[in-house]
Design a protein. Structure first.
Length: 424
């Protein structure tokens, strides 16, 4: 039996979709365990490109069963749109897709709240995607959330929506000075989507426990990245859930002792979308070149990503946080035409050198990176399939990273396609 977690080791956008797609063929179940439609996992295969936001990235490689776990917040309308795209490639989803009856639902009022709250924050905006993720998790923790199981009973669903809107409309009218929302209109908007997804709703915890007893392999897929974790990330500029290893267990119902592998994914450089501290961010020509070479635009929002050199201090923090025993390096090819490549190996905080990643976001804002420079390899890595065939300077770069963080790379990605991958 193998239970492997796939976790972003940075601020998201590390290339998790491709790695999950690659490993799905050897997994009976692929489980998305947190986040919502704010995530965008891009897959490229057979001259096709598809971006998945809710459905696990194992849908197209092999015949694995894909599970949307209890830790995910699901927008029914967004899910139905995604299902249409998936079914153009894989028409029959019977016995392939399962949605946890305990997963919470994003309703249209969550999206409205997301937008009006961001608007009210002004210059202090978090930089959310506006998909209603945060407000849905607030409803969940406040114990007024609506779960997938509630979609199976319209009477219960309508009662809960009306009760929630009674409170929400008070805030809309008196706090945000926005129009009130209609329960009848909201129900009419989501009914068609509910009818389509009903057949997939089930007790996924029981499903996965049975799989564990049968020694079947399971792949747990996270969204976002470790540095966006609501507890362990650069708070308050974080997501509303736990993309880290602990979140994988609570978001799927799989016990911690069942986990056999913890795989972290990092780009060969760093990116971040939205607001928040980013110690190694570049606002020079090198940063612009990283963005151009890496096509750094958000798969969900289209927003340009901020770019910087690889931060090894932050990466080592993610390794310790998640217990990574293997790593995947993505987008190595983006650095192919850089004469000099740098990595951050420490910081200066108020004039004092430190070698740890602070948890105080105000301190993170004040960090000055300390860099180590490497000669670039100035040649393409796109067609290389054996690790030892990489240019010597690329090997030196990778081996320095491994030595610094104490974990080796088992996968090196040199392009977006499945075939552009080195397996060590």
């Amino acid at each position: 039996m193998s239970v492997r977690i796939i976790i972003g080791a940075q601020w998201g956008d590390e290339g998790k979709g491709k790695i999950v797609d690659l490993l799905a063929k050897e997994s009976r179940y692929v489980v998305r365990y947190q986040g919502g439609a704010n995530a965008g996992h891009t897959l490229k295969f057979d001259d096709k490109t598809i971006v998945l936001h809710l459905i696990p990235s194992g849908m197209f490689n092999g015949d694995s069963r894909c599970v949307i776990g209890n830790g995910v917040v699901v927008d029914p309308i967004a899910l139905v749109e995604e299902l249409k795209e998936v079914q153009e490639i894989t028409p029959n989803l019977d016995n392939r897709l399962f949605i946890s009856s305990s997963a919470h639902v994003i309703l249209p009022y969550h999206k409205v709240l997301d937008m009006v709250k961001e608007k009210s924050r002004g210059s202090d905006a978090i930089g959310t995607t506006g998909r209603g993720i945060g407000p849905a998790y607030v409803s969940k923790v406040s114990r007024v959330g609506i779960r997938m199981e509630d979609l199976l009973n319209e009477e219960i669903l309508e009662d809960k929506i009306r009760k929630n809107l009674a409170d929400i409309n008070k805030a809309m009218e008196h706090v945000y000075t926005e129009p009130k929302l209609s329960a009848a209109k909201l129900l009419d908007e989501i009914r068609p989507a509910i009818e389509i997804i009903k057949p997939y709703i089930c007790n996924t915890s029981e499903l996965l426990h049975d799989a564990l007893e049968d020694d079947q392999s399971i792949l747990l897929e996270g969204a976002q990245g470790s540095l966006l974790d609501v507890d362990h990330g650069t708070y308050p500029y974080v997501t509303s859930s736990s993309p880290t290893a602990g979140g994988a267990c609570t978001g799927s119902g799989i016990p911690p002792l069942a986990i056999t592998h913890s795989l972290g994914i990092t780009k060969a450089y760093c990116t971040r979308v939205g607001n928040g501290p980013f110690p190694s961010e570049l606002d020079d020509e090198a940063g612009k070149k990283l963005a151009k070479n890496g096509h750094e635009f958000g798969a969900t929002t289209g927003r340009p990503r901020r770019c910087g050199w690889l931060d090894l201090v932050a990466l080592r923090y993610a390794v310790r946080l998640n217990g990574f025993n293997e790593l995947a390096l993505t987008k190595l090819d983006v650095l192919d035409d850089f004469e000099t490549v740098k990595v951050c190996t420490g910081y200066k905080l108020d004039g004092k050198e430190i070698s740890y990643f602070p948890l105080n976001s105000n301190e993170v804002e004040r960090l000055e990176p300390i860099y180590r420079s490497f000669d670039g390899w100035m040649s393409s890595t796109r067609d290389i399939r054996n690790f030892d065939d990489l240019p010597q300077n690329a090997l030196d770069y990778i081996r320095f990273i491994e030595e610094y963080i104490g974990v080796g790379f088992t996968i090196v990605s040199t392009g977006p396609k499945r075939t552009e991958t080195i397996l060590r």
